[in-house]
Design a protein around this ligand. Sequence first.
Ligand SMILES: [Zn+2]
Length: 347
Amino acid sequence: MQNPFADFQLLKSRNIAIRAGEQRILFDPTSIPNKWRSTNTTICISHAHADHIAGFRSTLRKLVTPETLEIYKSVSVKPNKVHPIPTGKKFSFEDGGTIQLHRAGHMLGAAQFVFERNGARLVYTGDFNLQSTLTAQGAEPIPCDVLLMEATYGRPDAIFPPREQVYAEIAEWTSQELKRKKVPMFRVYATGKAQEIIRIINTYLTVPVIVDSTIAKISQVYKSFEIPLAFYNERSTEGREMMRQGGFVYLSSKKLPANRTLFGQPVSKAVATGWARIFPMKKYDKAFILSAHADFQQLVEYVKQSQPRAVHLTCGNTVTFGAVLDKLNIKQIEPRQRKQLELSDFL
Ligand SMILES: [Zn+2]
């Protein structure tokens, strides 16, 4: 039988891309090489975080979830040639092969891409999280031949506490700071982390949440996809009135003000990130270990369940996690700069 990967190549310079027959597929590209600007090139955009959305500016065909498209449109201009594909649905290429989108759990709209051709299956995870959160249902590992996966927390010390425990810690700290007449303030990513913190405060406490205007726009998109969030835009009349009265939580996606007061009220600054497990967060009064990514154990779990024949680590601790792959007897595909690799050599 013919090797189903006979015409697969992994291409990598700065971007992760594959070639299969006449098709070229770029995953979350940061730039599009000139030679790739043809009708046979498809861009897959896994989610709406800033380091993944450069492909929206391209005039090439783009596959995204409807949620990712709406988040992008809420803060940027409407892109062209976009094919919104809900998770679970398939896109078929003209010369054979399909791409199906699966939930990635990382944030609203985050998708894994499953490319199938000639009986071979390749998965690009994008950023993922196997654990469900208050704002996103967890991802499931997808069995495949070749796995292109993130390894942001691919180091053994990156093991996160149970999410419910962190939620309770956030609620407790917030309520303590309010009792001390401080404004609990969270510095967050405008997309994903902000909405999870709003939902935590809405769920555990009865205090108003004031957000900056970028967070407000994106949170409206979350609401339109039926994720309940109660918040006030700091620029709205109601928001300003709430701030004047005091007794609120504040979320900012921008650099924190140096004077540490809001409407004359002292501020306690917090951050919520997986990196707080590894590094001291000295700029903040409090740091919570809350990540939208898989921790080390989840990365191992994904590989064990998906049983790939070969793995390419797209980002993160590739050397440390590469050693884990060795132990699991799974080949690691390590492209050299500007070198095209025949995937069949690794299988
Ligand atoms: Zn992300």
